[in-house]
Design a protein around this ligand. Structure first.
Ligand SMILES: NC(=O)c1ccc[n+]([C@@H]2O[C@H](COP(=O)([O-])OP(=O)(O)OC[C@H]3O[C@@H](n4cnc5c(N)ncnc54)[C@H](OP(=O)(O)O)[C@@H]3O)[C@@H](O)[C@H]2O)c1
Length: 233
């Protein structure tokens, strides 16, 4: 795979609405149809409920071998409007895949923005952090794993998309800045159905950190609350 080159970016406001941000990060501004055209990889980093509002024909002319990466997390009641299927147990990215009508790979969701922006390291660096990647299509998952690697993180294969509940909010692997070995153990230690209860306590737990917690504060809290030890490691 060629080195990562993120070209166009889009938001919900059309070309003019995204232009300032595109200029800031040095890429081209497009609308949502333009951003999915003529590309090898599409990264969806929009609020999960907004998937419902994407144009119904958005992927009609996108070839099936284009990899679609879903970075979503679901925070009902805090940030996101409720999604009954997910509340009933459907994996977040399985729901996203159904909204889009095509397969997705779940990646980049279990790292905080600060981690993604600041803590990447070249391949082979001791202590390099890991990111989980789940999905069904072998080639697309390989592409997503290579992208994770090129962005500075060790990709950890987290299994099929239906296993991706293991990397959702408040699971042991979620936003704890772990290296690959610990990430694998954390994914394996997740208990079905345990995370939503912890996730729903997040506003209270964040309030306890004060008004301006550091990245390290948040990671320490996540490691404690989502503890791999608690979940039978
Ligand atoms: N931030 C993090 O630390 C982080 C880390 C890992 C994963 N994630 C996950 O990634 C997803 C996005 O998070 P975020 O923090 O980046 O959210 P965000 O800042 O609220 O939204 C990201 C982008 O989505 C665009 N957007 C919203 N609705 C849209 C639509 N209908 N069509 C096209 N673009 C739309 C927004 O622009 P406009 O509203 O102007 O259109 C914005 O540019 C969430 O599920 C989040 O949990 C976030």
């Amino acid at each position: 795979m060629r080195p990562v080159s993120i070209r166009p970016v889009a938001n919900s406001s059309g070309v003019e609405g995204v232009r300032a941000f595109a200029q800031e990060i040095g890429v081209e501004a497009k609308d949502v149809h333009g951003v999915v055209a003529d590309t090898e990889v599409i990264i969806l980093a929009i609020p999960l409920p907004a998937m419902r509002g994407l144009p119904a024909d958005l992927f009609d002319s996108v070839p099936p071998d284009v990899t679609v990466i879903d970075t979503s997390n679901y925070y009902p009641g805090m940030r996101d409007s409720p999604v009954s299927e997910i509340d009933a147990g459907m994996e977040e990215s399985v729901w996203v895949s159904k909204q889009l009508g095509r397969p997705v790979i779940k990646a980049f969701n279990n790292a905080l923005a600060y981690t993604l922006a600041e803590l990447g390291q070249p391949e082979g660096t001791p202590g390099r952090l890991a990111i989980a990647v789940a999905g069904d299509d072998v080639r697309s998952k390989q592409t997503a794993m290579e992208l994770v690697n090129q962005t500075g993180f060790d990709p950890v294969d987290a299994g099929a998309l239906e296993e991706s509940w293991r990397q959702q909010p408040s699971t042991p692997s979620y936003c704890c800045d772990y290296e690959a070995d610990t990430m694998r153990k954390a994914l394996a230690a997740a208990i079905p159905g345990a995370a939503p209860k912890k996730r729903d306590q997040m506003p209270e737990l964040f309030a306890n950190l004060g008004s301006n917690p550091s990245h390290d504060d948040v990671i320490a809290m996540n490691r404690k609350v989502n503890s791999v030890v608690d979940e039978a490691l």
